[in-house]
Write a protein that binds this ligand. Structure first.
Ligand SMILES: [Zn+2]
Length: 165
């Protein structure tokens, strides 16, 4: 980590107990695990983190991530913008707390272990990696592969046309 970057670390349960809100942007170049998915290194993600405790004493974290990383189209290998808009709810499981029963668990919430020193950047990177498509591509991709097939067939078609004369 370079001297200039500040690690964003939070004590999850403390953050939730205090109703913490954290809002900042993260550069995509700060996320090494994302690098192999990106066609362009620039850009950043706007991140908002909010913590709270519900009436039952459960601790929660809400993560909002907005951005537009540039991925590599798997058909033409060109750049393709991928608009991200992630909203996740995470239940924080503290020490000694029961892990939520899979069946009782909220469909749209995940449970994570409450870390006293959670690296926010790593959490954001995890969420983004989960949201990225396995094989990103342009919505209407003019893949060079399809064109090659056309070109290959055309000389034969021309030949066929010639033979008729
Ligand atoms: Zn493409």
């Amino acid at each position: 980590m370079s001297a200039g970057s500040i690690a964003t670390v939070i004590d999850c349960l403390e953050f939730a107990r205090g109703g913490g809100v954290l809002q900042r942007s993260f550069g995509l170049d700060e996320m090494p695990r994302l690098a192999s998915h990106l066609a362009a290194a620039g850009g950043c993600l706007s991140v908002r983190l909010e913590g709270w405790r519900d009436g039952e004493g459960k601790s929660w974290l809400r993560v909002d991530i907005v951005g537009e990383p540039v991925l590599c189209c798997q058909r033409c290998l060109g750049a393709v913008k991928f608009p991200l808009n992630i909203q996740s709810r995470l239940q924080l499981i503290g020490p000694g707390e029961d892990w939520p029963d899979g069946e009782l668990q909220d469909d749209d919430a995940d449970a994570i272990r409450a870390d006293k020193a959670m690296d926010v950047l790593a959490l954001i990177e995890d969420e983004v990696l989960l949201a990225l498509p396995i094989a990103p591509r342009h919505e209407r991709c003019h893949a060079p592969l399809a064109n090659t097939v056309e070109h290959e067939s055309s000389p034969f078609a021309a030949l066929g046309a010639l033979k008729k004369h």
